[in-house]
Design a protein around this ligand. Structure first.
Ligand code: CO8
Length: 297
């Protein structure tokens, strides 16, 4: 991948025919996303929504993971800045409150809103696992494809001391059913590809082998092949369809669901903000960054 680490290189945007394509492009860090990346992803969703030439917003990724969720280095960096030795206890408390109020609430609710209220067909291509807030955006997509059985979704909010994000308190219920949702959200258990396919969360698994999973170049190549295959199939599917009908029908399918999604979004960000004020999530992210804790997969 390129050396240029600008936002527009970390998340790529292109238009091919009737499809806007958003590509997560940081395979070396398993496509973990920092605060600015999530905001940029939301902006790209808006850009695609406004483009009159496309009817599908396709989100794909690179390497072996779709996305490992929030970038723990981003959270660690801000935690250390706020907890600078020069700040007394009151100042730390004030800065902590200001940061999470100004940073967390608007970003998470804006990103989630951009997915909930998106007018085009959102297609997510799972080249591998998705975790946390990124996995929440997958659950808000309209059509979901997976590459092979290496794929899983993990929502480790109870492990990190957070609450549900990205309207997962409703989206998982809708897509997985109550029993599986309880396991996934209350016990932070991964949901593996076979279950995702069997309950209809994933529309289709392409069963593409990674020839040699240790060889990063081979994994990157097979992800590119997976992305290309889906792009070609979707281009064929929408070639002769009426774009306005697609958007109007999506609006009808989603009109009731959106009420619940919007309600979940606004409640989740307020409760999430209160969790950040306890300092517990920050400590858990630092533990993840220092590799002191691991998720059970
Ligand atoms: N953040 C930053 N870097 C990461 C992340 C991450 N989330 N995940 C992986 N990486 C990096 C690793 O540091 C490593 O880099 P390096 O080679 O330089 O050390 C590289 O990616 C490969 O990772 P691993 O060696 O750990 O690969 P493994 O296959 O052994 O493990 C895992 C993969 C299981 C995904 C492991 O990396 C992991 O547990 N990552 C953390 C996952 C996680 O908990 N994410 C947070 C989810 S919660 C969430 O998203 C809530 C959002 C809160 C809002 C925040 C606002 C911004």
């Amino acid at each position: 991948m390129g050396q240029n680490n600008s936002l527009s290189n970390r998340i790529l945007y292109q238009v091919k025919g009737k499809i806007s394509i958003i590509t997560l492009n940081q395979p070396d860090k398993l496509n973990a996303l920092g605060g600015d990346d999530y905001t940029y992803l939301a902006k790209l969703m808006e850009k695609s929504n406004k483009d009159p030439s496309t009817v599908i917003t396709l989100i794909n990724s690179s390497g072996r993971y779709f996305s490992s969720g929030a970038d723990y280095k981003f959270i660690k960096k801000y935690h250390e800045l706020i907890n600078d030795k020069k700040n007394d206890e009151k100042e730390i408390e004030r800065q902590n409150d200001r940061f999470w109020f100004n940073d967390f609430i608007p970003r998470n609710s804006y990103l989630t809103d951009c997915f909930i209220n998106h007018g085009k067909i959102i297609v997510a291509c799972l080249n591998g696992p998705a975790i946390g807030l990124s996995a929440a955006m997958v659950a808000l997509s309209d059509i979901i494809y997976s590459k092979n059985d290496d794929t899983f979704l993990l929502y480790p909010f109870t492990k990190i001391g957070l609450v549900t994000e990205g309207s997962t308190s409703y989206s998982l219920l809708l897509r997985l059913g109550l029993s599986r949702t309880n396991e996934a959200l209350l016990l932070s258990k991964p949901i593996y590809n076979k279950d995702l396919v069997s309950c209809g969360f994933v529309n289709k698994c392409y069963n593409m082998d990674d020839y040699n999973k240790k060889d990063q170049v081979e994994v990157n190549k097979s992800t590119e092949k997976f992305n290309e295959l889906i792009l070609n199939e979707l281009s064929d599917s929408v070639k002769f369809l009426n774009g306005d009908s697609i958007k109007d029908i999506k609006k009808l399918i989603n009109s009731n669901i959106r009420l619940y999604y919007n309600s979940a979004n606004s409640k989740e960000v307020i409760q999430g903000y209160k969790k950040w004020l306890t300092g517990v999530p920050q400590r858990q992210f630092i533990n993840l960054a220092n590799k002191n804790i691991k998720h059970k997969l």
